[in-house]
Design a binder for this molecule. Structure first.
Ligand code: FEO
Ligand code: CA
Ligand code: CA
Ligand code: CA
Length: 674
């Protein structure tokens, strides 16, 4: 058995200063290598990436906007090895695109029609990748271009549906007339993993890709309520893919992005295509031929991530999930099946997913003002989840799962300040949730509650423009009563508040942040792999930012933390200030303040990036960090970042930026951050 200790715990590096340099900055004594980048070829015979807009065949290249990532070890013989630290597979999501850099002179359309070749590139840059990595001599890392494990899953990759929604009318389209099949996955953001070594990739902002307007007369009142609640309202779709006049006669590759009811019935068009997205999708990284399985029991929403609680033999395991939009909710799924530890090594990994992920109970969180909380079950036929519900009459459990947000509204869950990643302390089982920010229009001065308590104007950001609300975000955490994933109640507090170090310590900078650890808009969140080289457990919490409020001061960053425990701080009443100087008070629960020993900035990214995605090798000596969309505000003629080319010196003024993985090692060979 493993010796477990959470103290003494000290962060063994010098904090990195905030900066706006076009490089990844790490502490003294650490080195940065560059892993796979947007466009890198992942099979033999695929041309090197020209990075000038002429490249094609992205289904055999690394996608754009690398997001959450996870390491799956490989033995020397090329088999699954959970302890392997020098050879493995990295599964990484490709959430979105910097459209302008994918084409020679930016995206084009003629008379509102997108060119087929441009749209295909954009589609194939989404999804996820499974890529082999290996450590060579002198700790030099590289991805393996010719690996037979390498795989791209794009929005065009055949997928199957599992769970209660499979085969129901909700999923029937011209492509899948029996509602059991789908194609691919899109806007994959954060992730999760399972003890049986699969990856859970999560579909977040899928709604905007669809064109849907002008078909209200052909839609039922229920459908209109649901489409509105999920934001499937665009008149064009994000990139206009449905406008393509395609070379394939059926044109299902592009026409599917037009969700208007135009045919005789749902089997003749793609009115139900939006129901095919918004799911948690299970992928077996060790089996490149296996179709992804969409796990409908976990609900349909803007799934940010799906992190497992600690698995205990004989207990029903849980997965914790955020729905990332302003005023959305936190969820957990509890399997119907108690955990059998031997299943961790079952070679039929997706069958283990069938066993644990296709039946169970989906709950949504209610945070009470007294520091307690309740998991509210979303079960058809109970409470307001019936056919007589006035807002949305539910007809079945499939209806509840497809319209999870409406069900959560009905049961009275607590709307939150944009729930992003969840992370689980491997020692205590405590669950952390980033709440990245909120604004005054969606959460006004008098719309605060104990779990979303702040409202103020952030003086940073675009000069002169007020950013009232909770522009800097916070991190809430909870501990299940009885320390079991099966619990129906919990205790909570707010672990950390984002803020500039110079902001009001009584009402805004409530965690006592300093120049060495101040930050804004937490998003990515991950407890480091527990095993260090000496077999001890020191759970370092890594916090990544996706910030729009503090970027006039610093690029986005990653911090390392040694967190305390739920309710280790105090209750406190703060005074909020809205526009025009109006004030209101709000009581909340503030965790113990951060200290120089327990929270430090580890990394600052390049210009206009988000830091998102982090994992390490099991030995903790190599850290992989996702650098997403550097230079997102630039143009092909004038890129605003040249990273990663800029990492090793000055790059040419027109070198285009690329999302990529930064690989970070400690020069003395030790465990990162300790
Ligand atoms: Fe894709 Fe909510 O971040
Ligand atoms: Ca995110
Ligand atoms: Ca974000
Ligand atoms: Ca992003």
């Amino acid at each position: 058995t493993t010796t477990v200790t959470i103290s003494p715990a000290a962060l063994g590096f010098t904090a990195v200063a905030k900066n706006k340099n076009d490089v990844v900055t790490v502490p003294a004594g650490y080195s940065v290598q560059i892993g796979a980048r947007l466009g890198d070829p992942i099979a033999n015979g695929v041309a090197a990436f020209a990075n000038n807009g002429t490249d094609t065949n992205y289904a055999q290249r690394i996608g754009d906007h690398g997001d959450a990532l996870y390491w799956y070890g490989l033995s020397a013989a090329g088999a699954r090895d959970d302890n392997a630290s020098t050879r493995g597979l990295i599964v990484q999501n490709h959430e979105n695109i910097n459209q302008q850099y994918l084409h020679v002179a930016g995206a084009t359309s003629t008379g509102g029609i997108r060119p087929e070749a441009e749209a295909l590139k954009e589609i194939e840059c989404h999804g996820l990748s499974v890529i082999e990595y290996a450590e060579g001599a002198n700790r030099q890392w590289a991805y393996v271009q010719a690996s037979s494990f390498n795989r791209r899953i794009t929005p065009n990759t055949p997928a199957v549906f599992n769970g209660p929604v499979r085969g129901t009318d909700f999923l029937k389209t011209a492509y899948s007339k029996d509602g059991t099949a789908g194609r691919g996955t899109i806007n994959n953001c954060a992730n999760g993993h399972t003890p049986w070594a699969t990856n859970l990739t999560c579909e977040e902002n899928w709604a905007g890709y669809f064109r849907r307007s002008g078909d209200n007369a052909a839609r039922s009142a229920k459908e209109l309520t649901a489409l509105s609640r999920y934001g499937v309202t665009s008149g064009s779709g994000s990139y206009g893919w449905s406008t393509v006049i395609a070379s394939d006669a059926a044109n299902t590759t592009f026409r599917r992005w037009d969700a208007r009811a135009t045919g005789a019935d749902a089997l003749a068009d793609f009115r139900n295509e939006p129901n095919q997205f918004g799911w948690v999708v299970e992928v077996d990284p060790y089996n490149p031929g296996a179709a992804p399985r969409k796990r409908t029991a976990l609900g349909r929403m803007g799934h940010e991530g799906c992190w497992p609680g600690n698995f205990v033999a004989g207990r029903k395991p849980a997965f914790y999930m955020g729905d990332d939009s302003r005023r959305e909710y936190m969820y957990k799924f509890v399997s119907a099946t108690a955990w059998v530890a031997a299943d961790a090594t079952n070679a039929d990994r997706l069958a283990m997913g069938d066993k644990y992920l296709d039946a169970g109970t989906l709950y949504v969180a209610k945070f009470n003002a007294d520091g307690t909380g309740t998991w509210l079950p979303l079960v058809f036929g109970t409470g307001p989840l019936t056919a007589t519900n006035a807002t949305y009459p539910f007809a079945s459990q499939a209806d509840v799962l497809v319209n999870t947000r409406l069900a959560a509204d009905a049961v009275g869950a607590t709307p939150m300040d944009r729930p992003e990643w969840t992370a689980v302390n491997p020692v205590t089982g405590e669950v952390y949730l980033t709440l990245t920010n909120n604004n005054a229009s969606l959460r006004p001065l008098n719309g605060t509650d104990a779990a979303n308590p702040r409202h103020y104007n952030d003086p940073y950001g675009t000069a002169g423009s007020a950013q009232y609300g909770n522009p800097n975000g916070h991190i809430v955490r909870l501990r299940e009563d009885g320390d079991t994933t099966e619990a129906l109640t919990f205790k909570w507090d707010i672990y950390l508040f984002g803020a500039g170090a110079d902001l009001d310590p009584a009402n805004i900078n409530l965690s006592g942040l300093t120049a060495d650890n101040d930050f804004s808009s937490p998003d990515g969140l991950w407890f480091g792999r527990p095993q260090n080289a000496s077999g001890l457990v020191k759970p370092v919490l890594w916090i990544q930012t996706d910030d729009g409020a503090y970027t006039d001061v610093t690029n986005c960053m990653m911090l390392a933390a040694i967190p305390g425990t739920v309710q280790d701080g105090a209750t406190k009443t703060i005074t909020n200030t809205g526009s025009g100087g109006a004030t209101a008070t709000q009581a909340t629960r503030v965790g113990a303040p951060a200290t120089a020993a327990t929270l430090k900035r580890f990394l600052v990214g390049p210009v206009e990036c988000e830091i998102t995605g982090v994992d390490s090798t099991p030995d903790g000596r190599t850290l992989f960090v996702g650098i997403q969309h550097p230079g997102e505000g630039g143009t092909p003629a004038a890129p605003t970042s040249h990273w990663p080319a800029s990492q090793s010196g000055s790059a040419g003024a027109t070198v285009r930026p690329r999302s990529a993985i930064a690989i970070i090692t400690k020069n003395d060979g030790g465990v990162v951050a300790l």
